[in-house]
Design a protein around this ligand. Structure first.
Ligand SMILES: [Zn+2]
Length: 321
């Protein structure tokens, strides 16, 4: 990979960066700037509130609640290695105002005879309206990584100005944005526009004329510190997890399951499939128990699939806290 050489506009350090990097953070002084040299003013980071040990404890506390994880996980789980990465996101507030003129078809029912209308006529009615919305658009800005990180709905409360010392204290790797600032704003505007237009289109069948204005009311570059942790659980197999170092949320974790649990879950799944089949037999051969059989079939199938999903999915993710 051919790297590009740049000079930090603040401290003059020579930096070698990826040609696609759109915002560079100087590893010596923490200044963020565009390849052209223009400095980013609003560069924030979420505060690190969890040390690596605390993050690992949080992960353990989360995993013991996941179905199929051994009760004595706490005594067999063992930290292997971990590191912190600052992932970049654009957070843009957009205010959109759309005024529109259009037409809607309205039905007129006539000649009601015995609860039925013998004639329906349609006519176009003018519609006009105004839709105003303010949206916060959060976009992952770095190179492609796991989808849990790219789709992560980052928290934005508690952000502070980016502090290189804090990142260095945790020997964190800092990922740079591949999306230039202007492009991030344009994408945020176009997403807001789509949301507003789809709402208008639901209300009005034909839109003839639109007047729109979009204003970016706030725009920030935010780094979120995320731990990547590898661990073992009694055997040689290595599991992976990622946690938000700011609020302790588990972005994803491989689930360590005991062989005993897998056997039991496999047996339970087969059992529910057998019950479902019995329901099917009842439906076919005993017509008077048709609905009982059908009910049995549906319920047992749902339980079989739920057992299958909950017991054999490989990774879990924590919902918002
Ligand atoms: Zn510098």
């Amino acid at each position: 990979m051919k790297m590009t050489q740049l000079t930090c506009p603040n401290c003059g350090a020579n930096l070698s960066v990826h040609p696609s990097d759109a915002i560079i953070t100087c590893e010596y002084c923490g200044t963020s700037f565009e390849p052209g040299g223009e400095r980013m003013q609003k560069h924030y980071a979420m505060k690190v509130n969890f040390g690596q040990n605390e993050a690992f404890d949080t992960l353990k506390a989360y995993l013991v609640k996941v179905p199929g994880v051994s009760n004595d996980l706490a005594s067999i789980i063992s930290f292997k290695d971990g590191n912190m990465t600052y992932y970049p996101y654009w957070v843009t507030n957009v205010k959109g105002i759309v005024s529109y003129v259009g037409r809607d078809r309205k039905a007129t029912f006539r000649d009601k005879v015995k609860r039925r209308y013998s004639s329906i006529s349609w006519e176009w009615v003018d519609e006009a309206g105004r839709e105003e919305q303010t949206r916060q658009i959060r976009q992952y800005a770095g190179p492609a990584v796991r989808r849990e990180i790219m789709n992560y709905p980052i928290a934005t409360r508690g952000r502070r100005y980016f502090n290189l010392k804090e990142a260095q204290k945790y020997t964190a790797n800092i990922v740079f944005s591949r999306i230039p600032e202007d492009q991030a704003k344009q994408q945020a505007i176009s997403q807001t526009r789509q949301m507003i237009m789809s709402r208008i289109q639901k209300e009005t069948e034909q839109i003839d004329n639109v007047r729109e204005s979009f204003t970016v009311t706030d725009h920030a570059y935010v780094h979120v510190p995320i731990y990547s942790i590898r661990f073992t659980a009694g055997g040689g197999k290595v599991y992976e997890a990622a946690l938000d170092a700011s609020n302790g949320r588990v972005l994803y974790s491989d689930i360590p399951r005991t062989t005993g649990f897998k056997l039991k879950a496999g047996f339970t799944t087969i059992l529910w499939f057998v019950v479902a089949a019995a329901g099917g037999v009842l439906m076919i051969f005993l017509p008077s128990f048709f609905y009982l059989g059908l009910g049995l079939l549906i319920i047992a199938l749902v339980l079989a699939l739920m057992t299958l999903f909950l017991s054999f999915r490989r990774t879990a993710a924590e919902s918002a806290r």
